[in-house]
Design a protein around this ligand. Structure first.
Ligand SMILES: C[S@@+](CC[C@H](N)C(=O)[O-])C[C@H]1O[C@@H](n2cnc3c(N)ncnc32)[C@H](O)[C@@H]1O
Length: 266
C-alpha cells in the first residue's frame, strides 16, 4: 500500500527520522511497569513500531481513515487495539474501564494540542504519565515556571496536578511535510496531590479570568469575582501582582481569599 497522503486539516506531519521517533518512544519507559500505553494519532506508525518492538501493551486512536487502513495492513499487531475515532470525543472508559491506569503519548496533532491537555486534566487520576511532541512554543508554555512570559492558563492548571518537564527540541526537517514551526518533547508525571486546597471550579475560574486580562493587575482583573462582604481582601499585596507572577500555591491562596476568604492552601 502506498504512503498516507498528509492532510493539513488533521495536523499530519509524519516523522521520518527514526532516531527521533526512538527518543520519543523512550520517554514513556521509565516507571511504566505493566501500565498500558495509549498513543494518539499513530499515522503510519513510526512511533508505534518502537512501542510494539519493546513489547508494550499498546492501544492507539487515529482519526484518519487512510491511516487506519495503512496501519491495519502494516501493523497487524495493533489489531483489536486500534480505534478509528476522534480522541477528543472518544469515551476512554471503552478502552480502559473501571479507572484502569494508562500512559498517554504521541506525536500530537498540533492543531488540537491544548484540547488534548484539557482532556488529560479531566482524566488525571487515570493517567499518571503523559509524554509526547507538540509545537515547541506550546511545549515550553506547559513546562514554564512562574515569572516567565510563556506561563499561562494551561501551565498553572497542569502544574497543579503534574510535574512538567521540557525534554528536547526537534527541528522541522525530520517531518514530511515539514511543519512551519519547531517542535518540543515533554513529559508530565502526576504529582501525589489528591486535593487542591480550594474549590477546583473556583480555582479554574480565577486562573482563567486572571490570564484573560493578563496585562492588568489582579486587583483590576479579579475585583468582579470577590464574594460580597470580602472587598477588604483587595488591600492585600498579592493583588498588586500580575497573573504570570503567581505560583500554583498562590493561585490556590488567592482563590480561597476571594471566594471563601480563608487565605491558606491546606
Ligand atoms: C503530527 S501527526 C503524527 C503521525 C505519526 N504519529 C508520526 O509521528 O509520524 C498527528 C496524527 O494525529 C492524527 N489525528 C489528528 N486529529 C486527531 C484526533 N482528533 N484524534 C486522533 N487522531 C488524530 C492525524 O491523523 C495524524 O496521524
Amino acid at each position: 500500500m502506498k504512503q498516507v497522503r498528509a492532510k493539513k486539516a488533521l495536523g499530519q506531519h509524519f516523522l521520518i527520522d527514526l532516531s527521533i521517533a526512538q527518543r520519543i518512544a523512550e520517554t514513556v519507559d521509565e516507571a511504566l511497569g505493566k501500565m498500558p500505553i495509549l498513543e494518539i494519532g499513530p499515522g503510519m506508525g513510526v512511533l508505534t513500531q518502537f512501542f510494539l518492538d519493546k513489547g508494550h501493551d499498546l492501544y492507539a486512536i487515529e482519526l484518519d481513515k487512510e491511516s487506519i487502513e495503512y496501519l491495519m495492513q502494516h501493523k497487524p499487531n495493533l489489531n483489536g487495539r486500534l480505534y478509528s475515532a476522534d480522541f477528543l470525543k472518544m469515551d476512554l472508559d471503552q478502552i480502559f474501564p473501571n479507572g484502569q491506569k494508562f500512559a498517554l503519548t504521541g506525536n500530537y496533532p498540533y492543531n488540537i494540542s491544548s484540547q488534548i491537555f484539557f482532556k488529560l486534566l479531566e482524566h488525571r487520576d487515570q493517567i499518571p504519565l503523559c509524554t509526547g511532541m507538540l509545537q515547541k512554543e506550546v511545549a515550553q508554555r506547559l513546562a514554564s515556571p512562574p515569572g516567565n512570559k510563556d506561563y499561562g492558563i494551561l501551565s498553572v492548571l497542569l502544574q497543579a496536578w503534574y510535574d512538567v518537564e521540557y525534554l528536547f527540541t526537534v527541528d522541522e526537517n525530520v517531518f514530511n511535510p515539514p511543519p512551519k514551526v519547531k517542535s518540543g518533547v515533554i513529559r508530565l508525571r502526576r504529582n501525589d496531590k489528591t486535593c487542591l486546597g480550594c474549590d477546583e471550579k473556583d480555582f479554574k475560574k480565577v486562573v482563567k479570568t486572571a490570564f484573560n486580562l493578563r496585562r492588568k493587575t489582579l486587583r483590576n482583573s479579579l475585583k468582579g469575582m470577590i464574594s460580597p462582604g470580602k472587598e477588604e481582601v483587595l488591600s492585600n499585596e498579592i493583588f498588586n501582582k500580575r497573573p504570570e507572577q503567581l505560583s500554583v500555591e498562590e493561585f490556590v491562596d488567592l482563590t480561597n481569599m476571594i471566594i471563601t476568604n480563608k487565605g491558606t492552601s491546606k
